[in-house]
Design a binder for this molecule. Structure first.
Ligand SMILES: Nc1ncnc2c1ncn2[C@@H]1O[C@H](COP(=O)(O)OP(=O)(O)OP(=O)(O)O)[C@@H](O)[C@H]1O
Ligand SMILES: CC(C)(CO)[C@@H](O)C(=O)NCCC(=O)O
Ligand SMILES: [K+]
Length: 251
């Protein structure tokens, strides 16, 4: 059994994986000072944790790493840090592979395991990213763009008359108020953005490219974007479990 830990800039997700796949998952906010406490409490509820020996840890928030490692080791688990190079199947196309977000590497590993190459992932979280693995198994970064919440917060901070809050409902294209205009921007803008990125990625790869949608914002995009093969909400966790399960932990 493996514990997968995915520390994103907004949300930290954890899951227990057994032979049959994911058996339990939970989430807490990534609050840099409070994370070890809240994660420790959450993990007390995790069923089957006594059978786990290895924690695959994937963090894109370096500040939390030391305390997180301490917490996991104090729970009696061995820490296996996810890093580019853990998969024998994919090779990172970055000039400096260590620059690539490890969550993106985990996404790519899970996607490649399911589909082979080429395959792409669109992950909508704090950032909107695309990971592209070509037919030779080379992982290219793909575009990085502000996620919906970050984009709107930026707008609110820089435009005196606009609020930077995410709307609940989709606004119409012919808006009759500022609120409707903003909700139309998010509801129509992000699907159009993702469709455009997918179309350009397909031009760049020039072979049929299945695309997987994931991330907390992925649920809002489901059904709104043409050309998505499937949405897999826990793709990053799946990739972490896969990468951690294939390797023995470092001493
Ligand atoms: N109305 C909406 N339309 C589009 N996207 C939304 C909407 N509401 C929330 N979102 C997106 O959903 C995401 C929330 O997902 P979640 O709380 O799982 O965190 P996350 O951003 O995926 O976390 P991380 O980047 O830390 O992995 C936010 O990134 C936000 O941009
Ligand atoms: C892009 C994010 C923020 C997505 O979580 C993360 O993967 C990250 O910090 N990446 C480093 C930059 C890169 O992947 O090229
Ligand atoms: K993420």
């Amino acid at each position: 059994m493996i514990l997968a830990v995915d520390v994103g800039n907004t949300v930290t997700r954890v899951a227990v994986f057994g032979r049959e796949g994911m058996e339990w998952c939970g989430r807490v906010p990534t609050d840099c000072t409070g994370l070890p406490g809240s994660l420790g409490r959450l993990l007390q509820e995790a069923p089957g944790l006594e059978e786990v020996q290895v924690a695959g840890v994937c963090s894109v928030v370096p500040k939390v790493d030391p305390d997180l490692r301490t917490l996991i080791r104090e729970m009696g688990l061995q820490v296996l840090e996810i890093r580019p190079g853990l998969s024998a199947d994919i090779r990172v196309g970055y000039t400096m592979p260590e620059e690539l977000g490890v969550d993106r590497y985990a996404n790519a590993a899970a996607a490649y395991h399911r589909y082979g190459g080429p395959v792409a992932v669109v992950d909508v979280g704090t950032a909107l990213t695309m990971e592209i693995v070509d037919e030779r198994g080379v992982l290219w970064g793909g575009p990085i763009f502000p996620g919906p919440e970050v984009a709107l917060r930026g707008l609110g901070e820089h435009a005196a008359r606009l609020q930077g809050r995410l709307p609940d409902a989709a606004g119409p294209m012919l808006a009759s108020s500022t609120a409707e205009g903003i909700s139309a921007g998010v509801a129509h803008g992000y699907p159009a953005l993702v469709e455009g990125l997918i179309s350009r990625a397909r031009d760049a790869v020039s072979v049929p490219l299945p695309v997987i949608l994931t991330g907390g914002g992925g649920s809002r995009l489901q059904g709104q974007v043409a050309g998505i093969a499937e949405r897999i909400p826990h793709l990053t966790l799946e990739g972490i479990a896969l990468l951690a399960g294939n390797r023995s932990p470092a001493p």
